[in-house]
Design a protein around this ligand. Sequence first.
Ligand code: UT7
Length: 329
Amino acid sequence: MSKVRAAITAVAGYVPDYVLSNAELERMVDTTDEWITTRTGIKERRLLKGDLLGSSDLGKEAVNALLEKRGISAEEIDLIICATATPDMLFPSTGNLIAHKVGAKNAFAFDIMAACSGFIYSVTTASKYIESGQYKKIIVVGADKMSSIVDYEDRSTCVIFGDGSGAILLEPAEDDLGIQDTIMRSDGSGWTHLHQKAGGSLRPSSHETVDQKMHYIYQEGRSVFKFAVTKMADVSAEIMERNNLTGDDIAYLVPHQANKRIIDATAQRMGVGPEKVMLNIHKYGNTTNGTIPLCLWEWENKLNKGDNIILAAFGGGFTWGSIYLKWAY
Ligand code: UT7
């Protein structure tokens, strides 16, 4: 019997309405549209405004749209994996909250926390549940309300991040399409360069941690850039090599959207031209676990059955990884 593979059978995305433009950021911090555009490629990003709305509210929108698109009910879902770096609460998991909000009564749910690589880790994990033969319909939802941990007085981070979510449905593949290969890597020594200092068990929240702004993203941009630019390219080239693929074989690279310069370096290393690179960083910034599914959602109409697609990400931890799949519809 041939191996059961997992295929993406539907995609949906959601971004909130509020647009935070570079022009507005110029009025908030000491920055310029020119600096942001040339250093990152970002023009605007979306923010989730309103009280008591969290990443689960972003994720819920994408999952509901996904179910409607595929024409199935929430009760048919076996498992929801939520990739998030900004959970609504430390517990219960945001996946649990999304399952409840969409009415996925028969699903079990959990979160995967791997910073910006969470979506790659989650799709890989979900694919193994499908390959086991025991589960038939799994949703992976990447959802991040990055604005909840961004210091809008820190110009080095507030220009980068945005809020958004994307969801995919994974089902057993037909015709040997779907996920062909995955690579996941991590290196915990990189934690010092990108983290949130307080709010966990190491440094529980206190007046002092709030006063010292320890609940915001701390990033040493230049160090992270150096690792990201090599590791994301390495892991994309590695998955191509071990599957005997050249740039000509690839229909699309779907890169995590952290910085256009990192994306360009990855594409160059893979030998794929800019026309084959999914890019929405100019509109949404870095939505962490939302970037890859939001790209797939926006490019869905251009994809053809059998297309060779590479997903790749690099994030805090450090974490990084790639997925090679054949588009299934
Ligand atoms: O998604 C998870 C993983 N994260 C990443 O992959 C992010 C990787 N890092 C990056 O994308 C880039 O490092 C950043 C976009 C974060 C920063 O770009 P950079 O070219 O590495 O700039 P830098 O941090 O080296 O700073 C260069 C200069 C500094 O001024 P001095 O020290 O040279 O006088 C900064 O203070 O740019 C300054 N700067 C800014 N200037 C205007 C930093 N942020 C801004 C800003 N506007 N918003």
